[in-house]
Design a protein around this ligand. Structure first.
Ligand code: PMP
Length: 357
């Protein structure tokens, strides 16, 4: 009997390389490495989180249901949404999967930005769907969002992803663009605001509360510094939030993670400091790198290292202890994506990139 379905069209997710792995390969001290490849928080978690995690440790024998409600309420208050419209997931990725389970049927499509974040397509394919893309390249060589181009590329997909700001380009969009796309397409417009805290633009959350065809996903992985605890959330239109609760994996966010998220929400100062550092870092890189950079509203900078080969540049930087993301897998073999680190890490990255380029 054939047990596995045909997975030949699916790829394994390839995450950025970890500090231990890189240190071992190049005989470097892991403490000396600057990991600027995954857009994590260089300041670490908010200080209150460590205590919350320690306090939550004796409760790991019990299921997290009740607390789940509490944290949804806290998130709802923080984003200005009714608690009924807020859902939690194992990272924003978990929110995409669960919304996908509620929306996609076999053979349905998702429309995604290109270059863009790979998990949207992966999640759709896992659910028996397909991915097609709209291009972000503009005539002047940048990566701006244009509602007209999204609408032109639309061909009946059930979900249209808009990443604001986008990964790996850092490009942001406006609520007007989201609204225009939602007016023109039939599917759900799913705005991924994983990097929203770093941007000046307005959030699409009010749109998700006004309309039945716009949803927003956010995460505690970036500005809140909890990437390792896997907490994301969605603000979904009324009917969709109740559908989400029907298909979500029970207890998909652990109790320790929920306590940590609650503590992180209570520390605005840490988010402010993180955002200020990101703004400093992206400006510092833009001004001091010899290679051209793209405008960014996020906590990373896309750097055009052509005519050098991005994989060679990233490899050489890695040997020097600076881990960046070669964006070849995003379809940009001429670029590297560099996350903002601490001030010291960011200055070191700029020195090394200028030396290698
Ligand atoms: N969206 C974008 C645009 C991302 O870059 C990432 C993570 N790199 C995610 C979502 C996933 O975040 P999470 O850790 O919350 O699953």
């Amino acid at each position: 009997m054939k047990i596995l379905r045909d997975l030949s069209e699916l790829d394994e997710y390839v995450p950025g390389r970890g500090v231990e792995e890189v240190a071992r390969e190049h005989g470097l001290d892991p403490d000396e490495l600057a990991k600027l490849a995954s857009n994590e928080n260089p300041l670490g978690p908010p200080p209150a989180v460590e205590e919350a995690v320690r306090e939550a440790a004796p409760t790991v024998n019990v299921y997290p249901t009740a607390l789940h409600e509490d944290v949804r309420g806290e998130v709802a208050e923080a984003v200005g949404a009714p608690v009924e419209n807020v859902v939690l997931g194992a990272g924003a990725d978990g929110v995409f999967d669960t919304v996908g389970r509620a929306v996609l049927e076999d053979g349905d499509g998702v429309l995604t930005p290109s270059p863009g974040f790979s998990y949207y397509g992966m999640s759709a394919r896992n659910l028996g769907g397909y991915e097609s893309s709209y291009g972000l390249r503009t005539d002047d060589g940048g990566f701006g969002y244009d509602a007209g181009r999204i609408v032109d590329a639309y061909d009946g997909e059930k979900i249209v992803y808009i990443t604001a700001p986008n990964n790996p380009t850092g490009t942001d969009t406006t609520v007007e663009t989201v609204e225009r796309v939602a007016d023109e397409v039939d599917g759900l417009v799913f705005v991924d605001e994983a990097y929203h805290e770093f941007s000046d633009r307005e959030s699409a959350v009010p749109l998700a509360l006004e309309r039945d065809d716009v949803a927003v996903a956010r995460t505690f992985s970036k500005a809140y510094g909890l990437a390792g605890l896997r907490v994301g959330y969605g603000v979904l239109p009324d009917g969709m939030a109740s559908a989400y609760r029907k298909v979500v994996t029970p207890f998909c966010v652990g109790g320790v993670s929920l306590r940590a998220a609650s503590a992180a929400l209570g520390d605005d100062g840490h988010v402010t400091e993180t955002v200020e550092l990101a703004r400093w870092g992206r400006e510092y890189m833009t001004e001091n790198l010899d290679a051209p950079t793209y405008d960014t509203a996020a906590n990373f900078v896309l750097v055009d290292v052509s005519p050098c080969d991005a994989s060679e540049v990233a490899g050489e930087l890695e040997r020097r202890g600076v881990i960046v993301r070669d964006t070849t897998s995003f379809g940009l073999p001429e670029c590297i994506r560099v996350s903002v680190g601490t001030r010291e890490e960011t200055r070191r990255a700029v020195r090394e990139i200028n030396d290698v380029y």
